[in-house]
Each structure stands twice: as C-alpha cells, then as structure tokens.
Design a protein around this ligand. Structure first.
Ligand code: ADP
Length: 263
C-alpha cells in the first residue's frame, strides 16, 4: 500500500478488553441509530468508557442525536474524536461536505471504517458501538474482517415484514462466525393514558427474530428488550439529549437503561 504501513486496529488485537458491538437492522427507520446513541449514553453514565462509530452512510444521525458540537481534530497523525455526554464519537458525516448525499462503494466504506477504527485516538474503551447502515451490505462483512470479535446486536420493530429482513441481517453472523449478542425490539407499543398498550406495529417481531436466529445459529440469541414508542425519545434525539439522560424515567428510557445494564 504505497509503503505506508497500516496501523493496527486496537480492538482486533488478542487480549483487547474492549467489547465491540455492531448494531444492525434489516431496514432503515426502525430506530437503530436511536438505540445506539442511547445505549452509548447509558453505558457512559454507568461510568464506562464508551465510543461510537457512526458508519451509517445513509443516515449519519448519531452526532445530532448525541449533541456533538465539535469536529474531530488532528493531533500528529491521529484523529481526536469529539466528545459529548462522555461518549467519544466519530461519524462518516463529519467527513463529507455539507449535507451532500454519499455515493460510496463498498471498498471506500471499508477503508473509512478501517481508518475510524485504527487512526482515531479512542483511548482505553470499555465499549465501542458501531452503528451500521441498514441491510446486509458489505459493511457487515467489513466489520467481521476488521474486528472479528465484534458482536452483533439486531434492532427490529414488531412488524413481521421488518422482522424478516432483520433476520436476514442477523444471519450474516452465521457466515462471519460472529457472536449474536441479541435482538432489540423497538417501537413495541404506545402506552395509553389509561395504562393499556396500543401495539401500533403489531407484535412478536423481536421474539420471532430471536427464535429463528437461535435456530439457525444453534445457540441462544436472546431478546434483550422491548422499547416502547415514546415522544420523549424522538424529542431528545432532535435536541441532542439522549432520552436516557434527559428523561430517564420515561418508558423508552427505562427500557433502554435496562438493555444497557444487561449488555
Ligand atoms: P434508523 O437508525 O433505524 O434509521 P432512527 O434511529 O433514525 O432509525 O429512528 C427513526 C425515527 O424514529 C427518528 O426520528 C427517531 O427519533 C424515531 N424513533 C425511533 N425510535 C423511537 C421510539 N421508540 N419512539 C419514538 N420515536 C422513535
């Protein structure tokens, strides 16, 4: 490679103490980035050292959701990631001009991810979360190549159609021999003023994905939690204040904090 030695990825070294989770979904709009941002904030609040790589080229919504105000800086030949709510964040969106759509091919994305992992000064992280683009694209394979120990978290809604594509995203782990940490169901219900639950997107999708991945992988893939629809979550994301920090007692925050504790 032109004589320039590639820096090693610290998280891929044997004995690395950083737990790496790749957050995947079958399709967009299921709340994958919201879940990633909130789990990161919740884990940081518990006192863990946390980083997030936003590799969702179609969305790159993580910086806004986490209220990141600064750009990365360069110190020597390392990139210093901005920090918000005690979470170190790097996003593909920080490296594209304006709000231009990104038309990147697999190899470019692979290279970007490699740089995010190797050339960013992460320090000693307890947990690194990777927000993947939706679908079963090349990037999931890249993650497996770059950080073979990364575990996969699958986010789905309760809807059957969404669950089927989520299952496909999860089954990538079969090919790459990665561990599936579990399934998170989002938008599970809306709590009504009388305490009843309105299941806007149906029910059962998360459990179905967990069950069928368990069958195809041959080891237990748990449903880690169900997150209700919650206006507070959306407002928090828009304001750069994750709901787990801003409204910790709201229904979605309680669910998300529970999932973070169980990781
Ligand atoms: P993805 O990363 O899967 O594309 P996002 O995290 O960007 O999805 O979420 C899509 C939209 O839905 C955002 O506007 C987000 O604020 C909203 N959203 C996600 N989860 C919930 C929830 N549990 N309750 C209310 N709004 C939510």
């Amino acid at each position: 490679r032109g004589g320039v030695a590639e820096r090693e990825i610290p998280f891929a070294k044997p004995g690395s103490l950083t737990r790496v989770y790749a957050v995947a979904s079958g399709k967009g709009g299921v709340g994958k980035s919201s879940v990633t941002a909130n789990l990161a904030a919740a884990l940081a609040q518990e006192g863990l050292s946390v980083g997030v790589v936003d590799a969702d080229i179609y969305g790159f919504s993580i910086p806004r959701m986490l209220g990141v105000e600064h750009k990365p800086t360069q110190v020597d030949d390392m990139i210093m990631p901005p920090v918000s709510h005690d979470v170190r964040v790097i996003s593909i969106g920080m490296f594209v001009p304006g709000n231009q759509p990104v038309v990147w091919r697999g190899p470019m994305l692979h290279r970007a991810l490699q740089q995010f992992l190797a050339d960013v000064f992460w320090g000693d992280l307890d947990v690194l979360l990777l927000d993947l683009p939706p679908g079963t694209g090349d990037i999931a394979i890249s993650v497996a190549q770059l950080v073979p120990g990364a575990e996969i978290l699958v986010v789905t809604t309760p809807q059957q159609a969404a669950a089927e594509v989520a299952e496909r995203a999860g089954s990538i782990a079969l090919q790459t021999h990665q561990r599936l940490a579990g399934v998170i169901e989002n938008m599970s219900w809306l709590e009504m003023p009388d305490g009843s639950r309105q299941e806007i997107f149906g029910s059962g999708g998360g459990q179905d994905v967990a069950d069928s991945l368990t069958r195809s992988i041959g080891s237990d893939v748990p449903l880690l939690g169900q997150i209700p629809l919650d206006t507070c979550l959306r407002v928090g994301a828009d304001q750069g204040m994750p709901v787990v920090l801003g409204e910790p007692d709201s229904p979605a925050a309680v669910a998300l904090r529970g999932i973070a504790k169980g990781l």
